[in-house]
Design a protein around this ligand. Structure first.
Ligand SMILES: Cc1cc2nc3c(=O)[nH]c(=O)nc-3n(C[C@H](O)[C@H](O)[C@H](O)COP(=O)(O)OP(=O)(O)OC[C@H]3O[C@@H](n4cnc5c(N)ncnc54)[C@H](O)[C@@H]3O)c2cc1C
Ligand SMILES: NC(=O)c1ccc[n+]([C@@H]2O[C@H](COP(=O)([O-])OP(=O)(O)OC[C@H]3O[C@@H](n4cnc5c(N)ncnc54)[C@H](O)[C@@H]3O)[C@@H](O)[C@H]2O)c1
Length: 457
């Protein structure tokens, strides 16, 4: 049985760990799917390439209010799809080739890995290997709800929907989180009739309540939004799919050509048979790690979606940097920093957030003040004729430290960055607002004005 200094399971953020400082180590990388993992192949990167294209497709409809008549002539789905994947697929193939053929100390095994014990792994390729240290970076996969006849009806997940042969006329999206909101924007902007089905009374209900309410109001104007629906059964029809639901007004059905299931993601722990290695897990299946990313077995570390509180690429990448450092510096280990983890929903409008929502601050009994500023009240907001966007801040009134920031509106994912910086480095709201120039008349003035509005002690 071959022995390695380090085994890495999963080629998403895990693939960033081997580097020149490990040139003397024998390393095995294990991957069951497409090299590069979720973000590159079926996640962040292709979705945002579709989102940007959707933003362009939606622009003519928004130009009318500016006095410009424009029309969307055509959406060439196969061309869009192929442009995106003809860029991504070679990156994945190149990454695989580099590791498999150009890294002398790295061996790539392409199979589904399972633990036999805390040092022995079955690579799923017919070969078993042992290792001194192991990194589990095996990610997550779509979680499929228990809806009768869903399997036999046929459905898409984010893994398959981006590679359709052609655009459907209509699409039902089951779920109301990140993936549902982003794909609803993409497909509706391309002319597909979109129905979004939510269990709760709001879309994106993990967001600050005012933000989720604003997003839901806007969504209802563009998509057929069905709230508070329990999906009971799926049925295959001559033209596609029918869902049977129960809602506030009793039983109802909805039909469309295709169904996208976007109801969360589950960690891939079950595939790994981690019990054989004595690795402890949370009730939801995530691997338990400490702040150094160590599992309950000190020589096994884990990172990213399989263990993290956050299913976000920038978090997986951060944790991978921590793991790399700790592997190289066992006597000088560093901790992961999860104090201020931001997230953005790349829908229309965009949403970005960091820190506590107002509801979380209240529930935690934290003393706070808030201020909101509408895009409509800053000069660039006038330029865009924006009527719905705003930035909402929460701060500690005594110290002026920011404890939460929530933005809904154009370029929210970019506009929020100075707030993430301020929170990460402990810059108080007054110093942040008054201690620097804010370019006039740019979008971050929405942040400057919200900071100035905070009723601090
Ligand atoms: C549609 C979509 C859009 C997203 N958009 C964003 C975004 O805009 N911004 C953002 O921050 N995050 C986004 N995410 C989340 C982000 O993609 C993930 O948080 C991130 O990719 C997780 O990285 P990871 O390294 O933990 O896992 P992954 O990248 O999933 O890598 C895990 C790898 O392990 C392999 N594997 C699993 N089990 C085994 C096994 N037993 N043996 C061998 N190999 C195995 C898998 O095949 C996979 O390649 C998105 C996710 C999705 C699905
Ligand atoms: N822009 C980004 O950063 C981005 C984009 C896409 C995905 N992601 C990551 O991927 C993860 C998965 O995305 P997601 O949208 O699948 O998950 P999510 O957790 O954002 O949303 C899941 C939604 O499905 C609903 N749901 C769960 N079970 C249901 C059921 N049986 N019937 C109806 N609705 C049900 C939940 O109430 C929730 O609204 C996200 O949590 C996020 O971390 C991030």
């Amino acid at each position: 049985m071959r022995h390695f200094d380090l085994v890495i399971i999963g080629t998403g953020s895990g693939n960033s760990i081997p580097d020149e400082a490990m040139a003397g180590w024998q390393i095995a990388i294990l991957e069951k799917g497409t090299f590069g993992g979720t973000c590159l192949n079926v996640g962040c990167i292709p979705t945002k390439m579709f989102v940007h294209t959707a933003d362009q497709a939606a622009a003519p409809a928004n130009a009318k209010k500016l006095g410009v008549d424009a029309t969307l002539d055509a959406v060439h789905w196969p061309e869009i799809r192929d442009r995106i994947f003809n860029r991504i697929d070679p990156i994945s193939a190149g990454g695989r080739n580099w590791r498999a053929n150009e890294n002398a100390n790295v061996t790539v095994y392409e199979g589904t890995a399972t633990f036999e014990d805390a040092h022995t792994i079955n690579t799923g390729t017919g070969e078993r290997i042992t290792a001194d240290r192991i990194v589990i970076a095996a990610g997550s996969r779509p979680s499929i709800p228990d809806v009768a006849d869903l399997d036999t009806t046929g459905f898409h997940t984010s893994d398959t929907i981006m590679r359709l042969d052609e655009l459907p006329e209509s699409l039902i999206i089951l779920g109301s989180g990140f993936i549902a909101s982003e794909f609803a924007h993409v497909f509706s902007s391309f002319g597909v009739k979109v129905t979004v089905i939510a269990r709760s009374n709001l879309l994106l209900r993990h967001e600050d309540l005012e933000v989720a309410e604003r997003f839901t109001e806007i969504a209802k104007q563009k998509w057929d939004v069905r709230l508070q629906r329990k999906t009971i059964r799926a049925e295959k029809t001559a033209n596609g799919v029918k869902l049977h639901m129960e809602g506030p007004d009793g039983a109802e059905t909805v039909e469309a050509e295709l169904l996208l299931v976007a109801t969360g993601r589950r960690p891939n722990t079950d595939l790994l048979e981690v019990d054989n290695a004595g690795i402890e897990t949370h009730p939801d299946g995530r691997i338990k790690v400490d702040e150094y990313q160590r599992t309950s077995q000190q020589h096994i570390l884990a990172l990213g979606d399989i263990s993290s509180d956050y299913q976000l690429k920038h978090v997986a990448n951060h944790e991978a940097r921590v793991v790399k450092h700790n592997l190289l510096n066992p006597d000088d280990q560093i901790k992961s920093d999860h104090r201020f983890v931001p997230a953005a929903v790349f829908s229309s409008p965009q949403i970005a957030s960091v820190g506590l929502t107002e509801e979380q601050a209240k529930a935690a009994g934290i003393r706070y003040v808030t201020a909101s500023q509408a895009y409509a009240s800053i000069a660039y907001g006038w330029a865009m004729e924006d009527t719905t966007g705003f930035a909402k801040l929460l701060a500690d009134p005594a110290t002026g430290q920011l404890i939460g920031a929530h933005i809904i509106g154009p370029q929210a994912s970019t506009v929020i960055q100075p707030l993430i910086q301020a929170m990460s480095f402990g810059l108080d709201a007054k110093s942040m607002a008054q201690g620097q120039y804010w370019i006039h008349p740019a979008m971050p003035e929405v942040v400057e004005n919200a900071l100035l509005n905070l009723p601090l002690d």
